[in-house]
Ligand binder design. Structure first.
Ligand SMILES: Cc1cc2nc3c(=O)[nH]c(=O)nc-3n(C[C@H](O)[C@H](O)[C@H](O)COP(=O)(O)OP(=O)(O)OC[C@H]3O[C@@H](n4cnc5c(N)ncnc54)[C@H](O)[C@@H]3O)c2cc1C
Length: 310
């Protein structure tokens, strides 16, 4: 989102607001962020807030804009590596009711808050005999996180279900975008200016409930078989156009190596497991090694899929 700034920001105005009006959110200082991520490591945030309302969100956005403070939105934390030095700025989670709403508009369309997990959307729609989410069964994302980087699996991407998205801009304005206005790419969402996704309307296709549930279960079982268990952020690198990053890393012989509690999975070369309270720096060492070995041996420049926060 906005640039990191070296100056110390005084968050007392925000602290006072949220302590006085707790209905808008709950603030914490020096909150350890690893507990909210699937990699389970990294430092603290200068200012942390579980935001409950649009008004609370507007307050934070406007504060960050005025004071030049870095603002980061955490979804379900499954694609983020927090550096050991933490985040020099403000980290928020959208935890309140409006962000958790899953409202059926008509037979095929739902307005869904950004905090709702893909698993919940799949469960609700599949049980109603609505198809669309099956291939994404098992991706541990929130809708906001999935839309922000166009998550997907087995040939399906979340973008294909989108009718519209509502966001709050860094100026605190609420804006709505129709599908035609949104450009999604492989593992890249449509927003580049720090827009915060509030909710989206997704459209599903009627189908046979039993078949949909079977497909979702098959995908979940396949993922369970193919992917390693343990603390990870899924794939570290994006796949280059013609070959998987995992296959390139496997060819370097790095699969399975361990480094101070972090290990490149023996099962999947593009996944690092935090096995034993590894520091983020050690995970970053492995990422640098994977990248340099693939570059040296195969001449391919891998680009990161995960987000690194500091
Ligand atoms: C075991 C495992 C398996 C995985 N498998 C897959 C897979 O098959 N396919 C795949 O695509 N990914 C996969 N992932 C990665 C990850 O789940 C996805 O990238 C997911 O989209 C991240 O969603 P999140 O809610 O956890 O977002 P976070 O990790 O919390 O955030 C990711 C990015 O989204 C931004 N963001 C989050 N919420 C919002 C919001 N409301 N508004 C604006 N920006 C927001 C964050 O600022 C950050 O930049 C996997 C991860 C794990 C741990």
């Amino acid at each position: 989102m906005n640039k990191t700034v070296a100056v110390l920001i005084d968050y007392s105005v925000l602290n006072t607001f949220f302590l006085r009006y707790p209905e808008h959110g709950c603030v914490r200082t020096q909150e350890r962020l690893g507990q909210y991520t699937s990699l389970k490591c990294g430092g603290t945030a200068d200012f942390f807030c579980d935001v409950s309302t649009y008004e609370g969100l507007q307050k934070i956005v406007s504060f960050c804009c005025t004071n030049g403070a870095l603002l980061k939105v955490l979804g379900n934390g499954t694609d983020v590596l927090i550096k050991d030095g933490g985040v020099k700025g403000c980290v928020i989670r959208l935890t309140g009711k409006p962000f958790n709403a899953l409202e059926q508009i008509d037979e095929r369309r739902f307005r869904i808050g950004s905090r709702v997990l893909l698993s919940e959307i799949l469960c609700r729609t599949a049980n109603l005999g609505l198809s669309g989410m099956e291939a994404m069964s098992g991706i541990p994302a929130s809708l906001g996180g999935a839309l922000s980087l166009n998550a997907g699996a087995y040939g399906e991407r979340i973008a294909s279900l989108v009718e519209s998205i509502e966001v709050m801009t860094l100026q605190g304005e609420i804006q709505q975008f129709a599908r035609e206005q949104l450009e999604f790419q492989y593992r890249k969402g449509p927003f580049d200016n720090g827009e915060i996704i509030l909710n989206a309307v997704l459209v599903f296709v009627p189908g046979e409930r039993k078949k949909i549930l079977r497909h979702a279960l098959d995908v979940a079982l396949l993922r369970d078989y193919k992917l390693p268990h343990g603390y990870s952020a899924g794939c570290i690198f994006k796949n280059p156009s013609d070959i998987s990053a995992g296959a390139l890393i496997e060819k370097t012989g790095l699969k399975g190596i361990e480094h101070y509690g972090a290990r490149i999975s023996p099962k999947h070369g593009n996944i690092i497991i935090n096995e034993n309270n590894a520091h983020s720096d050690r995970i970053l060492d492995l990422i640098a090694l994977m990248r340099s070995q693939v570059k040296d041996r195969q001449g391919v420049d891998l680009s990161l899929e995960i987000k690194i926060w500091e």
